[in-house]
Design a protein around this ligand. Structure first.
Ligand code: ZN
Length: 87
């Protein structure tokens, strides 16, 4: 499944939702994303290893690593499509 190869945070930004058991992996897609957003994607995925949901606790873990993570969330919502089309 194509979408299973996308970083989880990017999949979520596209509204696919996510299945934490899919084994979503990072791939070359990340090289096309600004480094700040790339870091957010990784932080997001690592946070899911501690919290398998989007609870307040999950977002606190993300915010602790990246206080300005919302900038990246917005970037993914806006440009996520472009990145996927360029694959
Ligand atoms: Zn998530």
């Amino acid at each position: 499944m194509f979408k299973n190869n996308l970083p989880l945070a990017l999949v979520e930004s596209k509204g696919y939702g996510h299945d934490v058991n899919d084994g979503v992996g990072l791939n070359c897609l990340l090289t096309q994303i600004p480094s700040h957003v790339r870091k957010y994607v990784i932080v997001h995925e690592l946070a899911h290893r501690k919290e398998m949901n989007h609870s307040d606790r999950f977002w606190k873990i993300v915010a602790k690593e990246m206080p300005d993570y919302q900038w990246s969330v917005r970037w993914l919502k806006e440009y996520g499509d472009n990145v996927i089309e360029r694959l």
